[in-house]
Write a protein that binds this ligand. Structure first.
Ligand SMILES: Cc1ncc(COP(=O)(O)O)c(C=O)c1O
Length: 378
């Protein structure tokens, strides 16, 4: 079915088309100089020392686990209210995910007190998620990690160019991981970035991104190298210059995209505030978010209709919604890592993600809010 108001629309234009054409005509399409240009530009945006463009955020998360030396018997503390890829990265290296609860139905990021309770001698890292482009409590998390001598990885898939106390999300912990999948603020269909200020982590991740090889195809094609050695058991996590060119064009749009989303979120909040049935996460958020999604939480005390029924009714009104997220600890393969997470469970049953994208009109927001009110009350 075609929705009248979909969850997401691409924010693409002529510059993306021109960028792709230019790479195609250059006759070098795999990872090369345009990828480097993107890495430099993104590093500048984040004030980070190293950016490695990769094929997905999932790849970046896997590389993060590898370069931190995390493996079997180690524990990584992670929220369950995230996309499954965050947690899969922990399992790729055979480490144990330890799920921590979120703060509340207003702040859907990981609760540092619960993280502190779950630190053991086996804990190697805290893997935080900046849910929807809203910062986890990084000051407290970094202090905890410092105290216990453990690492912090930021899953910043939702948070390109989001601010936190004069810093950029994804460039605060030991490693930050970004996604450029098709529904993200900036996208090249499928891509990601590994971000770090550590020379050592960057060097190892660079090697692992490309089969553990000491030189790149581009170096050899341009005569800068003639052969290579293989130093490590690497992967093929490279991006290519076609996608990097799209990302460079997308990066030009990022500030206006975030500004517009911020205005749209304010409009949603203006129309939804004071409605007893609705709790508005991050309504009083103090920093610049990237506003990746527009979550609302249904107030279980006031709403008699199930979340899924409300979503079905919205669908009948032509409005696409989503859920961020079915909690990972409930998935079959993660059941053995289950621990009680009352706030996560409650939000996961009552969260609805409303449409949000650059070209969304105020009149469409009004229509979504009206339909939501009707769906909760009819
Ligand atoms: C929080 C989070 N982490 C990781 C990922 C994985 O990103 P990718 O699809 O680029 O691998 C996603 C994707 O939606 C995500 O939302």
């Amino acid at each position: 079915m075609k929705y009248k108001i979909p969850l997401f629309k691409l924010h693409y234009g002529k510059s993306e088309e021109r960028a792709v054409l230019k790479v195609l005509r250059s006759k070098w399409i795999s990872m090369g100089p345009i990828t480097e240009d993107f890495e430099t530009a993104f590093a500048g945006r984040l004030h980070a020392k190293h950016v490695l463009a990769v094929s997905s955020c999932t790849d970046a998360l896997h590389l993060a686990m590898l370069v931190l030396g995390i493996g079997e018997g180690d524990e990584v503390i992670v929220p369950a209210l995230t996309f499954v890829a965050t947690v899969n990265a922990i399992r790729y290296v055979r480490a144990t995910p330890v799920f921590a609860d979120i703060k509340s139905s207003v702040d859907l990021t990981v609760d540092p007190d619960d993280v502190a309770n779950k630190i053991t001698p086996k804990t190697k890292a805290i893997l935080v998620v900046h849910y929807g482009g809203y910062a986890a409590d990084m000051d407290t998390i970094m202090a905890l990690a410092d105290k216990h001598g453990i690492s912090v990885v930021e899953d910043a898939a939702h948070a390109p160019d989001a601010d936190y106390k004069g810093k950029k999300l994804g460039a605060i912990g030991d490693i930050g991981c970004f996604s450029f999948f098709a529904n993200k603020n900036i996208t090249c269909a499928k891509g990601g970035a590994f971000v770090t200020n550590s020379d050592e982590y960057a060097q190892r991740a660079r090697l692992l991104r490309s089969h553990g090889m000491t030189t790149l195809s581009y170096d050899r094609a341009t005569g800068h190298a003639v052969d290579y050695d293989v130093l490590d058991l690497g992967y093929n996590y490279r991006i290519d210059d076609i996608r990097a060119a799209i990302l460079l064009a997308q990066l030009e749009r990022l500030s206006t995209d975030i500004d517009k989303r911020s205005t749209l979120v304010k409009e949603y909040h203006r129309l939804l505030t004071g409605i007893d049935e609705i709790i508005l996460p991050f309504e009083k958020y103090p920093y610049r978010s990237s506003h990746y999604v527009m979550p609302v939480v249904l107030n279980a005390v006031k709403v008699n209709v199930s979340r899924d029924e409300i979503r079905r009714r919205l669908q009948l009104h032509g409005i696409q919604t989503s859920v961020h997220y079915p909690p990972v600890n409930r998935f079959d393969i993660y059941k053995e890592y289950h621990s009680p997470l009352p706030r996560t469970e409650s939000v996961a049953q009552s969260e609805v993600t409303l449409p949000l994208y650059y070209s969304l009109e105020t009149s469409e927001i009004e229509a979504v809010v009206e339909s939501l009110k009707i769906s909760m009350r009819e």
